[in-house]
Design a protein around this ligand. Structure first.
Ligand code: PLP
Length: 373
């Protein structure tokens, strides 16, 4: 496990005007108006983990429980589906086929949005995506295609097939020449950040998961534009087997990883940062950390013991917080003192139900039912 304090951090200036075309509070407000109008919309619960705060010697820990997001069980329901609905509206009745690569959750969101908007949908999964996750995507009527290689290979394959077939790529990551749609995806994530602050007030620290960097960038952008140099400290947490953001921070430029990147944190199994997200994280994130797979099941079980559901990728931030809180040097680096109030985004619940049950010993519904009111 390693923590890298960002040497390029800007805590002097207001949110740069140059970043507003990527993510802004104004565009987030539009996303929220739209998303709040969807049937079944409700803010996901913010759970106060007083037991964890006591154990770690901080003033508070809040956990945003995305298990309950539109029945999709992850925050990704906010992003991909929002981008699809915007595209469908702009197409004005013309038939669209949308397409993307996924580790599971983004594809589920795009497939759900496509079904709601009446678009055809083709989703690419790589060889390590579980069949349960593929099946959950098919349940929304999408065609699922399995391809060799890792997440980044599936991103390239989806883009190539879409170009040949005339489909619209709705990716959660960006690349040179492809930036507009991923901005909408990330902007949708900002709704989760806004809800959390309304529910729990302004924290001193946020520990947030990093895959390609989208949700971390949405978090930093929101906090920076709203609170400027006084914003909460943001720590980006990734698997040590897929630590492309931490390595990029260490190298001072976007760094790509290869290999199978296979980690229990399936949603964070990404080797290439999104350049749009990186533009925000490079000056805006306080620190990056890489954690081991062995920290995940204990975090899931501790939450379950208190009636809170967190899935494998959803608890990475909590696992990072626990590691930092137990290390005096890291606490000092991040100024994580007894007055700290920490916000965690539990970005997924039991998105692979069999795996959740195997790791926790009970299914996610049973854990939710065990909560004392
Ligand atoms: C549950 C979960 N958390 C976090 C992330 C990371 O999001 P991003 O790739 O935008 O960094 C993902 C990505 O798929 C995810 O599925």
């Amino acid at each position: 496990m390693r923590l890298f304090a960002n040497p390029r951090l800007d805590r002097t200036n207001a949110y740069p005007a140059a970043l507003k075309p990527i993510l802004s509070l104004a565009a987030e407000a539009a996303a929220r108006r739209e998303i709040a109008s969807w049937p079944g919309y409700a803010p996901t619960p913010l759970r106060a983990l007083d037991w964890l705060a006591r154990e770690l010697g901080v003033a508070g820990v809040d956990f945003k429980e995305e298990q309950h997001r539109f029945g999709l069980r992850s925050f990704k329901a906010l992003g991909g589906a929002y981008a699809v609905k915007k595209l469908a509206r702009a197409a004005n009745g013309a038939k669209l086929t949308v397409c993307c690569a996924t580790d599971g959750n983004h594809g589920r969101s795009v497939a759900w949005g496509a079904r709601e908007a009446g678009c055809a949908c083709v989703i690419y999964v790589h060889e390590h995506v579980s069949e349960a996750r593929a099946e959950a995507i098919r349940a929304y009527g999408a065609e699922v295609r399995r391809v060799a290689g890792n997440y980044d290979d599936s991103v390239r394959k989806a883009a190539a097939d879409a170009a040949a077939a005339g489909w619209t790529v709705v990716s959660d990551t960006s690349w040179e020449g492809y930036t507009e749609i991923p901005k909408d995806v990330m902007q949708g994530y900002g709704v989760m950040v806004a809800e959390a602050l309304e529910q729990g007030g302004v924290p001193t620290h946020v520990f947030v998961q990093g895959g390609v960097g989208g949700i971390a960038a949405a978090t930093v952008a929101h906090l920076w534009e709203r609170f400027g140099p006084q914003r909460p400290r943001v720590v980006v947490v990734e698997p040590d087997k897929a630590d492309c953001l931490t390595r990029s921070a260490e190298a001072g430029r976007i760094t790509q990883l290869t290999g199978d990147l296979d980690t229990i944190m399936a949603g964070l199994s990404c080797g290439e940062p999104s350049p749009l997200a990186w533009a925000i994280l490079d000056p805006g994130a306080d620190a990056f950390m890489a954690i081991g797979d062995d920290t995940i099941a204990p975090a899931m079980r501790a939450l379950a013991d208190h009636g809170v559901v967190g899935g494998e990728s959803g608890v990475a931030g909590m696992a990072g917080l626990v590691a930092v809180a137990k290390d005096p040097a890291m606490r000092t680096t991040l100024r994580l003192d007894a007055g700290a109030r920490v916000l965690l985004f539990g970005t997924e619940g039991g998105t692979d139900p069999a795996l959740y049950e195997q790791l926790v010993g009970r299914d996610a519904e049973a854990v939710s039912r065990s909560r004392s009111p």
